[in-house]
Design a protein around this ligand. Structure first.
Ligand code: SF4
Length: 407
């Protein structure tokens, strides 16, 4: 760990002391910064369907409020974070976790292990003004090392584990004749939305943990003994394009007797802020790889970053599990985007098994699909939902184009 010395730990202006840190609900609102532009109301109600935000009054008396005056954590929020990326003033922000990561980095008795999600490699350079030809995966790994993280792993390894689990579960699901469709479960925004707004479908969610939780558990299990023998504690950090994953990391049911799989989650904005804080000259960094063996992964893990990727990867593995051979890419290609339609659907031949699949991104689209399923208007075997439009590449923790400093 690097010696960071006495550092004035950064908090957003609406989170001025550690006591403001909310373990369970990592979305924050400072109504004094609200200019009543209604972007949050619009994106939450129309695009994401949670309808957390409401407004009262008209003209100069207009106020943006939480629906029915509820405490925000009880208002049905999925924590997708889309309101944050649409708020032009920073009235809505994600909980800051930089100070917790900094404390771990400064503590010589702590070994810090960071993992970086697939969708981060597409966007991390934006917040540090890096030309996209320079914002490579290799420089991203190098930048994480310059911040002082002891080991740098790729969440794609965890995505590969999720694929193996989810595909095996789907094959068992079909063999056991369970009620279909089975839904993917790697997006915590979607899972939170389903549990709150469509609980009848909850038993049909895959039981697989999301990729960063899987990798966090693997890191703790494989590295803890060695770290403890050296008199150090492990502290695992995820850099994610996501706000909901800050919440997911603290869900008690996902922890084991060994504690949480992931100790802190940083958004891409927080990662970029740390790089700016330490004046890391990212353009001049060499290309470096992830640490092995948990930095090794397949392309199937990488495509988790966009809508349809989880389904495609899971179907490839399901086909392999059934037939013992790989299918041509065209046979499981799920990339056909249909922006005019709320969901994409296909019937595929997976190793002689007819599989009807559907893919939706954005929770308004997911609602339409779930309503159609509930009304028996459509039938599917396997459904992928990602809460954010386009999947994690459009995540609520990604850089904000109009002002990087706000969230
Ligand atoms: Fe997080 Fe990705 Fe789900 Fe958005 S789509 S809530 S970024 S996991």
């Amino acid at each position: 760990s690097r010696d960071l010395g006495a550092w004035n730990l950064p908090f957003p202006s609406n989170q001025t002391k550690a006591g403001d840190w909310d373990h369970d609900f990592p979305l924050r609102r400072d109504s004094s910064k609200c200019i009543k532009c209604m972007r949050c109301v619009s994106v939450c109600e129309k695009n994401q369907h949670c309808a957390v935000w409401d407004f009262t009054g008209t003209g100069p008396h207009m106020k943006v409020t939480v629906r029915e005056g509820l405490p925000i954590a009880d208002a049905g929020c999925s924590l997708c974070g889309q309101c944050i990326t649409h708020c032009p003033t920073g009235a809505l922000t994600a909980r800051a976790d930089i100070h917790r990561v900094m404390e771990a980095l400064m503590d010589p008795t702590v070994e810090t292990v960071v993992q970086i999600a697939p969708a981060v490699r597409t966007s991390w350079g934006e917040g540090v003004g890096l030309d996209r030809t320079l914002a490579t995966q290799g420089r991203m790994a190098a930048a994480a090392r310059r911040l002082g993280f002891d080991r740098v792993f790729d969440t794609d390894f965890g995505a590969d584990l999720t694929i193996m689990e989810e595909a095996s579960e789907f094959v068992e699901y079909v063999k056991a004749g369970k009620k279909r469709p089975m839904f993917t479960s790697c997006c915590p925004g979607w899972v939170r939305f389903a549990l709150q707004h469509y609980p009848d479908f909850a038993p049909q969610l895959s039981t697989s943990k999301s990729p960063h939780q899987m990798l966090g558990a693997t890191i703790k299990n494989t590295l803890r003994e060695q770290a403890e023998a050296e008199g150090r504690k492990l502290f695992t950090i995820s850099i994610m394009p996501c706000v909901a994953k800050k919440y997911e990391a603290g869900v008690p049911q996902l922890s084991t007797e060994g504690g949480t799989d992931v100790d802190a989650v940083l958004t891409v904005r927080e990662f970029d802020r740390m790089l700016r804080m330490f004046s890391i000259d990212c353009a001049s960094l060499p290309e470096e790889g992830f640490d092995h063996p948990l930095g090794t992964s397949t392309g199937a893990g990488t495509i988790f970053g966009r809508t349809g990727g989880v389904m495609e990867a899971a179907l490839r593995t399901a086909a392999y599990l059934i037939t013992g051979t790989t299918l041509p890419i065209e046979a499981t290609d799920c990339t056909a985007a249909t922006p005019e339609e709320p969901w994409t659907s296909k019937t595929l031949d997976v190793g002689g098994m007819e599989v009807r699949i559907a893919i939706a991104s954005g929770l308004e689209n997911a609602s339409k699909l779930l309503d159609a399923l509930a009304a028996d208007e459509v039938e599917f075997d396997f459904v992928e939902v990602m809460a954010c439009p386009g999947g994690c590449v459009g995540g609520g923790g990604q850089p904000i184009a109009f002002n990087q400093e706000l969230a």
